[in-house]
Design a binder for this molecule. Structure first.
Ligand code: SF4
Length: 452
């Protein structure tokens, strides 16, 4: 049921004196921000977009804009980070950190911001997290917008595996789930120009000198500890870089080029099955698109319940430009066929494909206007949903180390329309968002709308 936007009230504002101090600090920070001048005049503001789409929940709109613009922290906000309590370490595909900042934030209605270290996009000022001595607030130009909480750290983060690895490097926690990245490098980067252009995995892998593969023993040991956390995670989530087997991974017809990746996940899922009576367990895998034979093996031999293979962008030409490795290995149409086969095997609602929302407007080959991009994306999404494959989008963050670093992401208005469009298509097809909703994932503005 549609909901109208409530008046923008903040139930827990800082005291007037402290608010003034916050405002002064923010103003000082804004004066030194090296961001494109006048950007606020060039695109609709959060308030304007909120007024334009009254059914769009204000917290989700704010989350979308924070993901788009990034965050910075005042010294006062950082002074209230307690490393014994708050999560300050993360190991993910695109970003590793063991710093002083919170990994991410939660809004007061439980909406996850999921920032994964995204600090700013270089074109717009980030939102600023400040602290009034009692609570942390998300602020913009000195105005306290919403109270936020720093993500809490699970107890297993401070433990080590028998092989001596910190467990936070093996399994990443977020409020909704545990994430395992068994392949910390993507083989597409071994071939010149084949990595996806928005992706920073190669840069992150090299910068942090990670091992390409996690050991199954380390993962099993860490998951055993993670499952002891009271009232925590809803599911186990697996993803990582593509793992190409064989001597000629791009030489089609010479065996299954994804055999090694398939075996990796089969082995891991089987090993973890021991915690769930070797039956099905709440789980999601995002992998390179396996063929029907591989998909059947995953369904029949493991406890995996849902499957995702990310197309990233819903346009064949742009897929070839932005994801050349994927396009060469499997192709846009082949990828779609594999997703449809997955939906037949895993069941309606249990298969989707992810988009890096906004990358379809990347320069110079992307769509020229937001209207064109939206129309093309939603029309392709509709054709996939007809076959039981639903589409989920995240906000494109222009990451350092990616080919697209320096590009400008679309307006907030675009993201609002994209989220409303994808949510509307999914609802019209009567497909539940459980696999990737705010309880299981928390990253996607469009599936946050499933709460309404
Ligand atoms: S498949 Fe593309 S997006 Fe995924 S890790 Fe490899 S290069 Fe990055």
């Amino acid at each position: 049921m549609a909901r109208t936007i409530a008046a923008r009230t903040i139930s827990a504002k800082p005291s007037p004196t402290k608010a003034l101090a916050v405002k002064t600090r923010q103003a000082n920070m804004a004066n030194t921000a090296p961001i494109g001048a006048g950007w606020r005049d060039l695109e609709p503001s959060l308030a304007e977009v909120g007024r334009k789409y009254p059914a769009f929940p204000p917290m989700v709109l704010l989350k979308t804009d924070v993901q788009r613009r990034g965050v910075a922290y005042t010294p006062e906000a950082l002074a209230h980070v307690n490393p014994a309590k708050h999560m300050t370490t993360i190991r993910s595909n695109y970003y590793d950190s063991a710093g002083a900042q919170p990994v991410s934030l939660t809004l007061r209605d439980g909406t996850s911001l999921y920032l994964e270290g995204f600090l700013e996009d270089g074109h717009r000022e980030p939102y600023v997290v400040d602290h009034d001595g009692r609570r942390a607030f998300l602020t913009d130009r000195g105005e306290a917008l919403e109270e936020v909480e720093y993500w809490e750290k699970p107890a297993f983060y401070d433990k080590f595996t028998r092989s001596g690895k910190p467990m936070w490097q093996i399994v990443s926690a977020r409020p909704q789930r545990y994430t395992i990245h068994p392949k910390q490098f993507c083989d597409f980067w071994k071939f010149k120009g084949q990595g996806c252009k928005f992706c920073a995995m190669d840069a992150n892998f090299r910068k942090n000198r990670k091992e390409p593969l996690l050991s199954v023993d380390d993962v099993v040991e860490t998951v055993a500890e993670a499952l002891k956390e009271p009232g925590a995670s809803q599911s186990l989530f697996f993803t990582g870089g593509s793992l190409l087997g064989g001597k000629d991974p791009f030489g089609r017809g010479q065996g299954d080029p994804l055999g090694a990746e398939l075996e990796l996940y089969l082995g891991l899922l089987k090993a973890l099955g021991q915690f769930f009576g070797n039956g099905k367990f709440p789980s999601q895998l995002i992998s390179t698109a396996f063929d029907e034979r591989g998909l059947r093996r995953l369904w029949e031999e493991t406890g995996l319940m849902s499957y995702t293979a990310d197309l990233e962008v819903l346009d064949e030409k742009l897929f070839g430009w932005i994801c050349p490795g994927k396009a060469k290995l499997i192709g846009y149409r082949g990828w779609k066929e594999r997703l449809v086969a997955a939906a037949d095997i895993f069941g309606r609602g249990n298969v989707n494909t992810g988009l890096v929302g906004g990358v379809e407007l990347a320069k110079p080959k992307g769509f020229a206007t937001e209207d064109e991009a939206l129309e093309a994306t939603l029309s392709e999404a509709a054709s996939l949903i007809k076959h039981g494959v639903w589409v989920v989008s995240c906000v494109w963050r222009v990451l350092g180390g990616s080919v697209f670093f320096g590009q400008k992401t679309p307006s907030l208005d675009y993201y609002a329309r994209l989220s409303l469009g994808l949510d509307g298509l999914r609802r019209a097809a009567n497909i539940p968002a459980d696999l990737d909703n705010y309880r299981r994932c928390g990253n996607h503005p469009d599936t946050d709308l499933a709460r309404v």
